[in-house]
Design a protein around this ligand. Structure first.
Ligand code: AVJ
Length: 332
């Protein structure tokens, strides 16, 4: 037996256990619920890349505008001067946007280590391969796992100042309460002087928002349905994908953009040894993509205890990257 392989397979096994537990718990609650953090297997990563390339999905173009055309402003806002630091990216994915900042910093000879954190080992290998080709001088330490576990790992690897990127309105996948406790924990887990840059998708004409999440080609629908395929494969389930339909809503008052799968008939689905009954038209709550007002962002900052550093918007004012600093004893 190869002992070196053991820890890895143990980790894989506990991943499957967490997944199994979360799926059953979600499908046994009312309303039924699945977590969008599980969208990103190999097929899910590919579908999300297709979404980012759709003209309707404006978020990527907006944040790209910031990272591509306002790179120097961005660097001035978040990069500590004359001090080596760690640049950590939560949910890095293929780092399409941050690569522009990385290039800028490497060209200026800035001393830092890039630490992408992602739940998808698949996308991290793609990213490592891409960066070693495009930026051979970049120091990179990829961390596969959940955000806070990997932040602790990053803290144990070096005592340098941390700059955290949390882009793409990934924060929108949390409801208001979850976003508050996430930002609060982020503040608690960092040291005084550490900085965060968070990408928020702003409220705008509701048609534009709804369109971004209900494309005519069905890519977003396929992205949602792919989680059922993943459950079928990894948890020995028998979802019939033809009997579930994607349904998207946007409430311009609360800013909640939500996606559901609708059961098209009464049906029983087996998941391993468990059976789940779906009534006709019963919903599975799949994902929230929260949209923000400037006031809400300010409220979130205040409640979590950060100090405001500044912000950069895209040229349409549809998206904002907001910079905050940890301010443990009011010394900044
Ligand atoms: C990756 C969470 C930012 O909510 O906009 C895209 C995922 N879902 N289309 C988002 C997503 C449907 C996306 N985030």
């Amino acid at each position: 037996m190869n002992l070196q392989l053991q820890p890895h397979s143990e980790v894989q096994k506990s991943h499957v256990n967490d997944f199994h537990r979360d799926v059953l718990k979600g499908l046994k609650s009312h309303p039924k619920k699945l977590s969008s953090k599980y969208f990103y297997d190999k097929a899910g990563d590919r579908l999300f890349q297709e979404i980012m390339a759709m003209p309707e999905y404006y978020l990527t173009q907006c944040e790209l505008d910031i990272f591509k055309n306002k790179t120097a402003d961005l660097a001035r806002l978040i990069i500590p001067e004359n001090e080596p630091f760690d640049l950590i990216e939560l949910g890095a994915g293929d780092a399409m946007k941050s690569t522009f900042l990385l290039k800028h910093l490497v060209e200026k000879g800035t001393q830092f280590t890039y630490m992408p954190i992602d739940i998808s080992g698949n996308i991290l290998s793609i990213l490592k391969e891409k960066l070693s080709r495009e930026l051979p001088d970049l120091e990179i330490q990829a961390l596969e796992g959940e955000y806070f576990e990997m932040l602790q790992k990053a803290a144990s690897l070096s005592a340098r100042r941390k700059v955290i990127l949390f882009l793409g309105s990934n924060i929108g996948n949390m409801d208001a309460g979850e976003a508050e406790s996430f930002c609060y924990s982020l503040n608690q887990n960092l040291a005084s002087g550490d900085r965060v840059l968070i990408g928020f998708d702003l409220k705008k004409n509701p048609h534009i928002i709804l369109n971004a999440y209900s494309d005519q080609n069905g890519i977003t629908a396929a992205f949602n349905l792919n989680l059922l395929t993943r459950i079928n494969r990894d948890l020995a389930a028998d979802f019939d994908l033809k009997q579930f339909q994607h349904y998207q809503t946007y409430d311009p008052v609360s800013g909640a953009c939500k996606s559901y799968l609708v059961s098209l008939k009464q049906q029983t689905v087996k998941i391993g040894n468990d059976s789940i009954l779906f009534e006709e038209n019963e919903l599975i709550d799949m994902e929230i993509s929260q949209k923000f007002s400037t006031e809400k962002i300010e409220e979130l900052r205040e409640k979590s205890g950060f100090k405001h550093l500044g912000e950069i918007k895209d040229s349409k004012n549809w998206f904002v990257d907001t910079a905050w600093q940890v301010n443990k004893d009011n010394q900044y």
